[in-house]
Design a protein around this ligand. Structure first.
Ligand code: 4AD
Ligand code: MG
Length: 432
C-alpha cells in the first residue's frame, strides 16, 4: 500500500483501505477517540482514530498532533451521510511528514493586519480557499464567455511608454536609454489597435495604479479584463457588459455553491441578477442624488456614498452613463447630443459594492482626440501610434474594463477586496 489517493476520490473507493496525505485542519480528542480533519487541496475529510484499535505509537502521535502539520493517514473509507463529503476514514496508521510547531494562526479571532502579515499561511483557511476557488471560476467564466462570443485574446505589454488612464497614478521605472517606462494602468490602447485587426479582442492581466487611497476598493496591483470590439456603440457596449456579468454570476452559482455557502453569501441576491439592468444618465443621477440631499454638483465625479445611494433599493447592478468629460479619461468619445459629456458608462454593483466596470465608446475622430490629448497635457509624441488608428481606417469601437477583485468582492459578499487576491498589493503592503 504505497500509492496516495486524494480526498476528492474517496467517495469512489468506499470500503477500501487508502493512504492520504495533507494538512490537519483541526484535531480534537476525547481521550478514547480522536477526530482529525484532513485537508489535501482537493477536499476535506474527517479521520477517526479509536484508541483501542490503533497501536500505542499511533495513538500517542495523533494525541500530540496540532493543526497545519503535514501528515499521512492510512485507513478504511466509510460512507457517512452526515459528513459534507459523504465519507469518513476509520484510520489505522498515522505519520507526521512536516511539523507545525506553534502555527501562528490559531482558531480564534485575529486582527486583519496580523492575518495580512501571515498571508502566506492565512491562505490555508477555509474561507480563503473558498474565495480563491470562486476567483478561479470567475476568471474561467470570463475567458469562456469571451471565446464563445468570438473574442480573441491579445496580451498587451505591462511596461509601456504612454499613459493609459491618468497621469496621477503611475508607477514609473527607468528604462535603459529610453527614459521612463510606466507600469500599465490598462491594456486598452493596445486592444484598440488589435480590434482593427481582429474585430473583437480582449486583454486580461495585472494592471497597476499608484493610488494613494487606502479604501476597501483599491489595490495598487489588480487584475482587469478588457474586451474591445469594433462596430459597437456605447449602448451595445452596455448590452455586452450586462450579458457578461450575468454569465459570470450564473457560472459561479452553478459551480461554486458550496464555496458561496462557506462564505454565508445570500444566494438569493445573486440569483436575482438577470438582464436587463437599469440605465440612468449621469445628469439624471445627479438630479436624483441632489433631490435626496447630496451636495455633489453636475460636473463632479460621483463619490462612493453617491454610488451607494444610487443603487439603494435596487436588486441588480446599475449603469450610469454619459459622464462629464472632465471626470473621465481622454480617449472617450464626445457625446454628439451633449458635447459636455462623453459616451461612457460605469456599472455599479448592488448592495453598495460600487463600480465594477468602467467602459466607453472611443473617440474615433483624429482631431478631437488630439485636442483632448493636448488639453490633458499628455506627451503627444507617445500617442503617435494611437492617433494613427484614427488616421488609417478609423472605425467606431467600444470596450470596457472589469476589475476582477471588485467583482469577486461583490460575489463573495466581502467587506474588503484585499481577500480576493492571494497576495494583495496596497499602499502600505508589499510583503509577503
Ligand atoms: O474605470 P477604469 O479605470 O477603466 C479603465 O481602466 C479602462 N481602460 C477600461 C476600458 O475601457 N478598457 O477601471 C476599470 C475597472 C474599475 O471599474 C474597477 O473594477 C477596476 O477596474 N479598478 C480597480 N480595482 C482595484 N483597485 C483599483 N485601484 C482599481 N482601479 C480600477
Ligand atoms: Mg472607472
Amino acid at each position: 500500500m504505497s500509492q496516495y489517493t486524494t480526498i476528492k476520490r474517496l467517495p469512489l473507493v468506499t470500503g477500501e483501505e487508502v493512504r492520504l496525505r495533507g494538512w490537519i485542519r483541526r484535531v480534537r480528542s476525547s481521550g478514547k477517540i480522536s477526530f482529525l480533519v484532513l485537508r489535501d487541496g482537493t477536499g476535506e475529510v474527517q479521520c477517526v482514530f479509536v484508541k483501542k484499535d490503533v497501536s500505542p505509537k499511533v495513538w500517542t502521535t495523533v494525541d500530540s498532533a496540532s493543526h497545519e502539520m503535514c501528515v499521512g493517514v492510512t485507513g478504511i473509507v466509510r460512507s457517512d451521510d452526515r459528513a459534507p463529503s459523504g465519507v469518513e476514514v476509520t484510520a489505522r496508521e498515522f505519520e507526521v511528514l512536516g511539523d507545525a510547531d506553534q502555527f501562528p494562526i490559531q482558531p480564534k479571532e485575529h486582527g486583519v493586519d496580523f492575518l495580512l502579515e501571515k498571508r502566506h499561511l492565512w491562505l490555508r483557511s477555509q474561507r480563503q480557499i473558498a474565495i480563491m476557488r470562486i476567483r478561479d471560476e470567475v476568471v474561467r467564466a470570463i475567458r469562456d464567455f469571451l471565446h464563445d462570443d468570438g473574442f480573441t485574446l491579445v496580451d498587451t505589454p505591462i511596461l509601456t511608454g504612454a499613459i493609459g488612464e491618468s497621469a496621477g497614478t503611475l508607477f514609473e521605472t527607468e528604462y535603459f536609454d529610453l527614459g521612463t517606462a510606466y507600469l500599465a494602468q490598462t491594456g486598452q490602447l493596445y486592444v484598440e489597435a488589435a480590434a482593427a485587426a481582429l474585430g473583437k479582442v480582449y486583454c486580461f492581466g495585472p494592471t497597476f495604479r499608484a493610488e494613494k487611497s487606502k479604501t476597501r476598493r483599491h489595490l495598487t496591483e489588480f487584475w482587469m479584463v478588457e474586451p474591445e470590439a469594433a462596430w459597437i456603440d456605447s449602448d451595445q457596449n452596455m448590452d455586452l457588459q450586462e450579458r457578461f456579468v450575468a454569465y459570470i454570476l450564473e457560472r459561479v452559482l452553478e459551480r461554486q455553491r458550496p464555496e458561496l455557502e462557506i462564505l454565508e453569501r445570500d444566494l438569493s441576491k445573486l440569483e436575482a441578477i438577470v438582464p436587463p439592468f437599469d440605465r440612468i444618465s449621469y445628469t439624471d443621477a445627479i438630479k436624483c442624488l441632489r433631490s435626496g440631499g447630496s451636495e455633489t454638483e453636475w460636473g463632479e465625479d460621483l463619490g462612493a456614498p453617491d454610488e451607494t445611494k444610487l443603487v439603494e433599493g435596487r436588486d441588480k447592478p446599475l449603469f450610469v452613463y454619459d459622464y462629464p468629460k472632465g471626470v473621465k479619461a481622454f480617449y472617450m468619445k464626445e457625446n454628439p447630443k451633449d458635447p459636455r459629456t462623453v459616451k461612457c458608462n460605469d456599472l455599479l454593483a448592488p448592495e453598495g459594492y460600487g463600480e465594477i466596470i468602467g467602459g466607453s465608446q472611443r473617440e474615433d475622430d483624429h482631431d478631437k482626440l488630439l485636442a483632448r490629448i493636448r488639453e490633458e497635457g499628455l506627451p503627444e509624441a507617445s500617442y503617435d501610434w494611437y492617433l494613427d488608428l484614427r488616421k488609417y481606417g478609423t472605425f467606431p469601437h467600444s470596450g470596457f474594463g472589469l476589475g476582477v477583485e471588485r467583482t469577486v468582492t461583490w460575489i463573495c459578499g466581502l467587506d474588503h477586496l484585499r481577500e480576493t487576491i492571494a497576495f494583495p498589493r496596497m499602499m502600505t503592503r508589499l510583503t509577503p
